[in-house]
Design a protein around this ligand. Structure first.
Ligand SMILES: [Zn+2]
Length: 275
């Protein structure tokens, strides 16, 4: 969402850590890549299998986004969010495990690594999809819309059921808000009461009070970084899921009580509208 030309990394960047869901360690190296190649994940532990970040590569959206099935890569959304917000279009993310490192549960360490490596403009224009007419999707009480607008912006509402603080909202307008200050630091969050069921399904195995904001029986178990950290993190996830379109979005996006499944449905509806 920065400038008109595609960008890649000026130098490689390395991130290591345990996956939020698999609990497995991985070392991820981000390499520069040619124009129009997009963000490509390559598993070095399963014979160089590669999958490009795109909507048709999504194979699971429960609690995180999985690309390329069980031999693909899971929890790609925080890397894709940081890449989209900073305007990194093309890179190869090589990793030796099944999941992008969870780090501190936010996108801040990723932003720092991308900034340290630097971004290099390339000799090709970036593609943009303009929302021409309202696009809606819903899933029970959750809904999402993309509306025509002169620039991209996003707003998010979550309901943190009691003893959580109730309805909370966050907004992001890149013309006004610095992603790395207002969105990137917001961590993954969840309910303490859901932890056992998630772990039984092989999810949240790498989650801890260091990388996850936990809503427990008496409110937040650990201190939030922002009073509305939860909807800010939802915006972080939303940007990562919209990044699967592979282009900038010219429109105003509103999501209420959503998650990855709804975000991906909205992105598919935007793609179907064209533009
Ligand atoms: Zn997330």
């Amino acid at each position: 969402m920065c400038g008109d030309r595609q960008q890649t990394l000026a130098a490689p960047a390395v991130l290591s850590g345990v996956g939020l869901h698999s609990g497995r360690p991985a070392r991820m190296t981000l390499h520069p890549a040619p124009v129009h190649s997009g963000i490509v994940f390559r598993r070095t532990d399963v014979h160089g299998r590669a999958v490009r970040a795109a909507l048709d590569a999504v194979t699971d959206t429960e609690g995180r986004v999985v690309l390329g099935g069980h031999r693909g890569v899971q929890t790609v959304e925080h890397l894709l969010s940081a890449a989209w917000a900073l305007g990194l279009d093309n890179c190869v993310a090589e990793l030796d495990g099944p999941e992008v490192p969870g780090l501190d549960g936010s996108a801040l360490p990723i932003v720092s690594a991308l900034r340290a490596a630097g971004l290099r403009p390339q000799a090709a224009p970036r593609r943009t999809v303009a929302i021409r007419a309202p696009v809606w999707v819903r899933d029970g009480e959750a809904w999402a819309a993309a509306l025509p607008a002169a620039a991209f912006s996003a707003a998010y509402v979550v309901t943190l059921a009691p003893p959580g603080p109730g309805d909370q909202a966050a907004t992001y307008d890149p013309r006004r808000d610095a992603y790395e200050e207002t969105i990137a630091p917001a961590r993954t969050w969840g309910y303490e009461r859901d932890a056992a069921a998630l772990r039984a399904r092989g999810l949240a195995l790498g989650a801890s009070l260091e990388n996850t904001l936990v809503v427990g029986g008496a409110g937040f178990v650990n201190a939030p970084r922002f009073p509305n950290e939860a909807p800010r993190h939802k915006l972080l996830d939303l940007l990562g899921d919209l990044a699967l379109l592979g282009c900038d979005v010219l429109g105003a996006v509103i999501v209420v009580r959503g998650g990855h499944r709804l975000h991906v449905a909205l992105a598919r509806a935007i793609e179907a509208q064209g533009g």
